[in-house]
Design a protein around this ligand. Structure first.
Ligand code: SF4
Length: 202
């Protein structure tokens, strides 16, 4: 539900879903699409998302007995491919599950991390999700991937923001090519971020 919605709307939708229906696959599989849609309305695109949530839950219940841990114990690539085959689960979502639920050495890349990586000159523009992921995995030590992921998102939300990056108060401005060269063009970047983020997890 994080795509194309603000963090606060996503959080409201999640909280409402948890309170009114529950987030366990069994409960979601039994709930009506309209019921789910109503609960997640704050996130937007609620009718489409409700159908995906219901279908995904039904598969998790019927194929995995309501528990995907048997996917997560598999080798990284095999587990990743199996997760991505599930409805509504894109690369980023799969990687988040693999990192945080299975402690696999993988770096999920969201729109904030894409933007920061480009601005810092770690990748040139229009790189693929997989390319950015593998570059970050080669830089960040395995045991720091979780903290690195969360810290980069927070940094992107608060400092290296899409529209108005706070380069003046950024602790790495001295070594950031975008700050030095004045390459940050807020609105154009923000549009590009949104467009690309749509493709990240579809
Ligand atoms: S200096 Fe500006 S563009 Fe560079 S990382 Fe900091 S906030 Fe982002």
């Amino acid at each position: 539900m994080s795509q194309n919605t603000s963090y606060s709307n996503e959080a409201r939708a999640y909280e409402q879903l948890e309170r009114t229906i529950g987030i366990e696959p069994g409960r979601l599989a039994e709930a009506g699409i309209e019921e789910i849609a109503s609960a997640i309305r704050p996130a937007g695109m609620h009718n489409i998302r409700a159908k995906v949530i219901k279908r995904l839950s039904e598969i998790v219940v019927s194929k995995y007995n309501g528990d995907i841990s048997r996917i997560l114990i598999k080798e990284l690539q095999e587990a990743r491919e199996e997760l991505i085959r599930l409805p509504g689960v894109g690369r980023k979502s799969a990687d988040v599950i693999l990192l945080f639920e299975a402690n696999k050495p993988i770096m999920p890349v969201d729109r904030h991390i894409f933007r920061i990586t480009e601005r810092l000159g770690l990748v040139s523009g229009n790189q693929s999700y997989e390319r950015v992921r593998s570059i970050l995995e080669s830089i960040i030590p395995r045991e720091e991937l979780e903290m690195g992921h969360l810290s980069l998102i927070e940094f992107g939300r608060r400092i290296c923001r899409a529209r108005t990056p706070l380069c003046g108060s950024c602790f790495i401005a001295e070594s950031c090519p975008s700050a030095k060269l004045g390459k940050v063009k807020g609105n154009r970047r923000a549009r590009a971020d949104r467009a690309r983020d749509t493709g990240v997890d579809d």
